[in-house]
Write a protein that binds this ligand. Structure first.
Ligand code: UDX
Ligand code: ADP
Length: 473
């Protein structure tokens, strides 16, 4: 097969945008067009001002500056890009279903299906279609059925190429990937040729020995399994954090001690207020759904416990705040430092902050939020979504937001005259704040709840703060 000259990616989100930017950067000979139906998003990707890119990722603007307009293009002309491309990545969102069969667990594949139908309708020449979105096992089979039923003249090869980048470190993860996984039809010559075509795209910067090729199903399942294992580690250390708080042990010391065992390893053992992000919960729920579907309820229950523990951790954090503040936060100002689901990203999907805020607001707290990268509009829409899903009317939800949430663009504003500070995201800047000044400006006793264990507890206690960290008795 001739080397690929033209790539299209459907979906210009957190995954599609950065991934295609790096593919274009490292393959100047390939024309890469990223398309999306969201005009605003495409406009933002095309903005002269690189601070306005729709996704915040360290290092991303440099990559965009290098490749955009040379061989990287962002467009809303989906059909044209599909027609032109030899290889099409599907990188659209696959949220958890909120209706019907599988509600609350199964992945909603309507966006993927729409893409597949559009590709089938528009394609006039043979295409390699690459699943980039995380999908349930055997989705490739369904996509193939759509292609075969709609467009008999054109040959389609379907590959699975899951993305393992983490937000906040996406560019580094893409530049120095631990591995690239490509699943395809390894039984046939055409399947192998398609796999090799994609291998050669990555080989521009990733050593061949780090590119793994497998059957499609193994590739699809590996992505779900990798995320389930990662999330499980966090839930495991968070489970231990609860025990640490009861026994006087220190969870960071325990994590350090066990992480020295090379079989366990030290990464992903940071106890926290709970994991968030668009992947972990969604992928585990999806795995749980699949296990139940295939008649494996014990396996489903095993994985579901990872989510149950994560919900417990968020709830425990909110409850600790209420308990410490004399059993009520009604009318009290609680300052939130951070809203993003982790540092170095403006993404808030499934962020623990949303759920902690919700519990405190149910207890009538006044929440004042500061996050260096998340917009006020995003914070409001997160709460609006949660409360309307739960049955409030949009007007009721907006009214509750107006009454209970204040968003500040300056940390001093959010912190002044506050009853308690809660750290929800581990932004580096929080460590260097003038904590003495903050203390002086707070109501006493001044409480601090560190949901990320980033501040020096002893130092802040010396200032006079009543500090509660995760997993420190
Ligand atoms: C994750 C996977 O890491 C990535 O490989 C996959 O492609 C997508 O899902 P992401 O969700 O972007 O990436 O971020 P990640 O760094 O994994 O963090 C997820 C959540 O876990 C965050 O809320 C983070 O704060 C939390 N976390 C992570 C912990 O609480 N403790 C840890 O030790 C690590
Ligand atoms: P992810 O984190 O997986 O990248 P995002 O929600 O950030 O998810 O991005 C997915 C993008 O896919 C969104 O910008 C959405 O508008 C786009 N999208 C969804 N369906 C289609 C479609 N049929 N055609 C083009 N773009 C689509």
């Amino acid at each position: 097969m001739n080397p690929i000259k033209s790539i299209c990616c459907i979906g210009a989100g957190y995954v599609g945008g950065p991934t295609m930017a790096v593919i274009a950067q490292k393959n100047p000979q390939i024309k890469v067009t990223v398309v999306d139906i969201n005009e605003q998003r495409i406009e933002a990707w095309n903005d002269e001002d690189l601070d306005k890119l729709p996704v915040y990722e360290p290092g991303l603007s440099e990559v965009i500056a290098e490749a955009r307009g040379r061989n990287l293009f962002f467009s809303t002309e989906v059909n044209k890009a599909i027609e032109e491309a030899e290889m099409i990545f599907i990188s659209v969102n696959t949220p958890t279903k909120t209706y019907g069969i599988g509600k609350g667990q199964a992945a909603d594949l309507k966006f993927v299906e729409l893409c597949a139908r559009q590709i089938a309708d528009v394609a006039k020449s043979d295409k390699i279609v690459v699943e980039k979105s995380t999908l349930p096992v055997r989705t490739a089979e369904s996509i193939k059925r759509i292609f075969d039923a709609t467009n008999g003249d054109v040959k389609f090869q379907i590959l699975s190429n899951p993305e393992f980048l983490a937000e906040g470190t996406a560019i580094d993860d893409l530049h120095h990937a631990d591995r690239i996984l490509i699943g395809g039809d390894i039984e046939t010559a055409e399947g192998n040729a398609a796999i090799e075509a994609l291998v050669s795209v990555y080989e521009s910067w990733i050593p061949r020995e780090r590119i793994i090729t497998t059957r499609v199903w193994s590739s699809e399942l590996s992505k779900l399994t990798a995320n389930a294992f990662l999330a499980q580690r966090i839930s495991s250390i968070n489970a231990v954090s609860a025990l640490c708080e009861k026994t006087g042990a220190d969870v960071d010391e325990v994590a350090h001690a066990i992480g020295k065992d090379s079989r366990i390893g030290s990464k992903f053992l940071k106890s926290s207020v709970g994991f968030g992000g668009s992947c972990f919960q969604k992928d585990i729920l999806n795995l749980v759904y699949l296990c139940n579907h295939f008649g494996l309820p014990e396996v489903a229950d095993y994985w579901e416990q990872v989510i149950i523990l994560n919900d417990y951790q968020k709830h425990r954090f909110a409850k600790n705040i209420i308990d410490a503040l004399f059993n009520t936060v009604s009318g009290k100002k609680i300052s939130f430092l951070g809203w993003a689901f982790k540092k170095d990203t403006n993404d808030t999907r499934e962020s623990a902050a949303i759920y902690v805020a919700d519990e405190l607001i149910q207890d009538k707290a006044q929440i004042h939020v500061y996050d260096p990268k998340v917009s006020a509009g995003q914070i409001k829409s997160d709460l609006l979504y949660l409360w309307t899903q739960r049955g409030l009317s949009p007007a009721e939800a907006e009214d509750l937001i107006d009454r209970s949430v204040t968003i500040s663009s300056k940390p001093e504003e959010a912190l002044s005259q506050s009853h308690a500070v809660a750290i929800l995201t581990e932004w580096d800047e929080f460590k260097d704040y003038d904590w003495q000044g903050i203390y002086n400006n707070m109501l006493k006793p001044a409480f601090l709840f560190d949901g990320r264990n980033i501040i020096n507890k002893e130092q802040l206690e010396t200032i006079g703060f009543k500090v509660q960290s995760i997993g420190k008795g």
